[in-house]
Write a new protein. Structure first.
Length: 459
């Protein structure tokens, strides 16, 4: 049974973390589909996603990333693998730190043969794998550290024989304060008891992975570099590297390399398009004579980024997509600032919502949206709403490694909200605003607030 699975899945898929000519001694074990990549962005980056998994794919790569998800997110992926093998994947993540996913692999209509009937006239059978998981992640130290864990139910079926099991995952993800843009991650995956398959017990493909990612701007273009090391229990150490370039905050180009693909040289590639709250990603992986695997992912985001967008603006947003993004976003921000100065908060929110709809999920200008929406909510007396915007902005900044005057404004805004509730915490946020380099205006405000709070402590 195990040799059969190695021949049909391992050799045909080729992407599992083991030699292509695996046998029972080389790790041909049940549930090895858990080692397959899913999301097209991660695949395009050579599977180097341990330090980047701050989205709905966190459960698959590093559950700690659930603690850094800035908005609700749903992603769906279809993988048209080689030789009739297909993979479908769906995942949901919520900004409160919870996530669920489903991973399904199917290889149907395999000719049934025997030594006496080698021509396949005995009919056909199929192989399928299912994993259903859930997890939780939480961030600490203003988003600089996140921890997370998950559990999943597993089911594998070969013809009419099935096996069930369960496994656990855990991970850690850190944003390096001294090096903005740098993140480090590590995860232990697929840890669980042996699974009884017919009359034998088989071990799960437990794995350890660690990675680093660095986001930076080169010649006005946002770039991400990623590197991963992974080790499956029965396999040697594997490497994955990837690079992503974001053009005009709209189109992402990706290239990667992985040593997990023993059927080819290991290159991967892909691209992505961000349009308002929708992202479409594509990736390809060559498998030499077996063909090329194609993955397409659709990702939807909602929640803090779009929750205040008026319905009447949706048609306007479509028309404005023909206008260059950078110009339109800046014009919307300018109009919003003007409306705020005039006390017209309704118009300001409409302008900010329009600007947010024109930006990609990792556009650094989203910081302005979060800060201004928080400011408006504060002025309207909606403290809980204001705090929600400020915290979403701080999580977004932490995910991108941002430390500048716009982040200082978020800390200062949060401090203003907390003055009404807890002066001790307000003091901490004001102090953080000074640490990240505020503008002269924000510095003057923060220093004044700290002076007042310190005087109250002495009294």
């Amino acid at each position: 049974m195990k040799i059969l699975r190695a021949a049909l899945v391992c050799a045909l898929a080729g992407a599992l973390a083991r030699p292509a000519a695996a046998d029972t001694a080389a790790g041909a074990e049940s549930f090895d589909f858990l080692l397959l990549d899913a999301n097209a962005r991660a695949v395009g980056l050579g599977g180097a996603y341990t330090a980047l998994a701050t989205d709905a794919n966190a459960l698959l790569y590093n559950p700690a990333g659930l603690g850094l998800v800035g908005a609700h997110e749903a992603t769906f992926m279809h993988n048209q693998y080689v030789q009739g093998l297909t993979q479908d994947y769906a995942a949901f993540a919520f900004k409160q730190g919870f996530g669920v996913n489903l991973n399904y692999l199917d290889f149907s209509n395999i000719p049934r043969t025997t030594l006496a009937n080698p021509d396949g006239t005995l009919g056909s059978f199929g192989i399928s794998d299912l994993a259903l998981g859930a997890g939780y992640g939480r961030s600490f130290y203003d988003g600089r550290l996140a921890l997370g864990g998950g559990a999943k139910y597993l089911r594998e079926t070969i013809d009419k024989v099935s096996a069930d099991g369960y496994a656990f995952d855990a991970g850690v993800l850190a944003k390096i304060k001294e090096r903005p843009g740098l993140s480090l991650g590590a995860a232990v995956l697929n840890v669980g008891p042996e699974v009884r398959y017919v009359s034998t017990k088989e071990k799960l493909p437990s794995a350890v992975r660690a990675g680093a990612a660095y986001r930076c701007t080169l010649k006005g273009t946002d770039n991400t570099f990623a590197f991963d090391l992974s080790k499956v229990r029965t396999d040697k150490l594997r490497i994955g590297v990837g690079v992503e370039t974001l053009l005009s905050h709209l189109v992402a180009l990706r290239a990667g390399f992985t040593t997990r693909n023993d059927t080819d040289i290991g290159i991967t590639g892909g691209l992505g398009v961000n349009w308002r709250s929708l992202a479409v990603d594509y990736a390809f992986v060559p498998f030499a004579a077996l063909g090329i695997a194609h993955r397409i992912s659709l990702t939807f985001r909602w929640g803090s980024e779009t929750e205040d967008r008026p319905v009447a603006l949706r048609g306007e947003l479509v028309r404005e997509m023909a206008i260059p993004q950078r110009v339109t976003v800046e014009e919307r921000f300018a109009a919003a600032f003007k409306s705020i100065s005039a006390g017209d908060f309704l118009s300001a929110k409409a302008e900010l919502a329009t600007a947010a709809g024109l930006m990609g999920p990792e556009d650094r200008r989203m910081i302005v949206y979060y800060e201004r929406m928080g400011f408006i909510a504060f002025k309207e007396g909606r403290l809980e709403k204001a705090k929600s915007y400020y915290m979403d902005g701080l999580k977004f900044a932490a995910a991108l490694g941002m430390r500048d005057d716009s982040v200082a404004d978020l800390y200062a805004g949060m401090g203003e909200c907390l003055l009404q509730e807890d002066e001790t915490f307000a003091h901490k946020f004001f102090a953080k605003a000074l640490e990240v380099g505020p503008s002269a205006q924000t510095r003057a405000l923060v220093e004044s607030r700290l002076k007042t709070l310190n005087a109250r402590k002495r009294d």
